[in-house]
Design a protein around this ligand. Sequence first.
Ligand code: RP5
Length: 172
Amino acid sequence: MADRPVEVGIILGSASDWPVMEPAAALLTDWGVGVEVLVASAHRSPRRVEEYVREAAARGIKVLIAAAGHAAHLAGVVAAHTTLPVVGVPIPSSDLQGLDSLLAMVQMPPGVPVATMAIGAAGARNAAIFAAQVLALGDDRVRQRLERHKEEQAAGVAKQQEKIPPEYHPAS
Ligand code: RP5
């Protein structure tokens, strides 16, 4: 929905993080949330990060998602420059498979929070849902979409019962 105002900004430490984060952008777009994606690195292009983040709130962005791998300082640096909520996604791009990124993001000093998600694909999906939950506080349309998501998810789990032989099903 190109006519939706952009309310979520996703910042990638590198374009190599995009395959992990694309489903997050797609989910938000599918739910009617306007999203934009910027490649900007805390270490390689710190000025680009700062300039984007400092302008974000004035441009209507309400939630920032920062995804990075290795010694992933991106989300923390983003949080340093804004009062917007910052969601972090550790990307498993290093030899430590994201454990380094997770610790770098989650171990923020007191006073500068980053809502850190799980490593990789699960974290990317949850970052999108979490961002939608923040927006839903003031947007009934997004709240209704989240409620539908909960119902669909629960129905999907119930459907999995069919994969278990009937003789093992709990007596109803
Ligand atoms: C991090 O280093 C990026 O977020 C990426 O996950 C990782 C590798 O970056 P590239 O060398 O692929 O650009 O800063």
